[in-house]
Unconditional design. Structure first.
Length: 137
């Protein structure tokens, strides 16, 4: 297979699989950490209206979803990419970071969570995913 095709497939697979991991964690999060009483988390409007009810524990699962989704996406991408594996892994981190920034504008969250999420969940996790593949070589 041509390297360019392999690299494109690697990026697409990383985005799709990483996004699926992210969504999977978000979908099960309310069964692990119940939402605050009276919070409607099924719609974006309900989530915005319930944000003031959220405690720090309610931000754990979204952080894990963002971090693990990025990590798995970068790992898959680096595993499949023909060469420059770390570059493609970091690109996946950039893609998910962009999604995180958009999410902050759509769903304002506390400043501490915004900073923690943007600084720790995306590029460092993508780097870790890429690094694990480099070590494996």
């Amino acid at each position: 297979m041509k390297p360019i095709i392999k690299n494109i497939l690697a990026v697409v697979a990383g985005i799709v699989i990483g996004g699926a991991v992210n969504m999977g964690i978000i979908m099960i999060s309310s069964s692990i950490i119940p939402p605050p009483e009276g919070a409607d988390l099924k719609t974006m409007e309900g989530l915005k209206a319930s944000m003031h009810l959220m405690e720090p524990k309610h931000f754990l699962m979204p952080f894990l979803a963002h971090a693990l989704g990025t990590f798995v996406g970068a790992l898959i991408t680096a595993l499949i990419a023909a060469k420059n594996k770390m570059t493609y892994a970091i690109a996946i981190g950039g893609w998910f970071l962009l999604g995180g920034i958009v999410n902050i504008f759509l769903l304002p969250s506390p400043l501490w969570f915004t900073c923690t999420d943007l600084i720790l969940a995306y590029i460092p996790m993508a780097y870790l995913g890429g690094k694990l593949i480099q070590v494996k070589k």
